[in-house]
Design a protein around this ligand. Structure first.
Ligand SMILES: [Zn+2]
Length: 135
């Protein structure tokens, strides 16, 4: 079976915690030490308080679907259609959102507000965070 093709991110010291946290089953963000804001995408300066002191911290991996679309177009022959492209907001912080795929259910069963939890697929040295129904 052909492994489905996925574009992989370039790992840097600034984003590696996010893309490799899945090795431990953890979804890891930078968190501002001063105001406790989770910072995503990774940045050297906190967007909330402009603080420069931050640490890596795992979140629960639980959240909800903010919006989604079902792709029916076979853009790539190795990727089975249809599939769901979604924005998921993590429980830890309003606005802490990831663009991701919803897996583990039929695309037509995905709903806005649906509870989801993170799951990871490993590609090379990257763990891509996807989400599945949390029930
Ligand atoms: Zn801050």
């Amino acid at each position: 079976m052909t492994e489905e093709f996925r574009l992989l991110p370039a790992l840097t010291p600034t984003n590696e915690h996010f893309w490799r946290g899945g090795a431990q089953g953890e979804l890891v963000f930078l968190r501002c030490s001063a105001c406790r804001t989770y910072i995503h995408p990774p940045a050297p300066v906190c967007p909330s308080c402009l603080g420069r002191d931050h640490a890596r911290e795992a979140v629960s991996g639980r959240g909800q679907v903010v919006t989604f679309t079902i792709n029916h177009q076979p853009w790539n022959p190795t990727v089975e259609v249809p599939y769901v492209i979604a924005l998921v907001e993590l429980d830890e912080q309003t606005g802490l959102r990831l663009a991701t795929n919803i897996v583990g259910c039929r695309p037509e069963d995905v709903r806005i507000g649906m509870r989801v939890r993170v799951t990871f697929i490993e590609r090379e040295d990257v763990w891509l965070p996807l989400f599945e129904p949390d029930e």
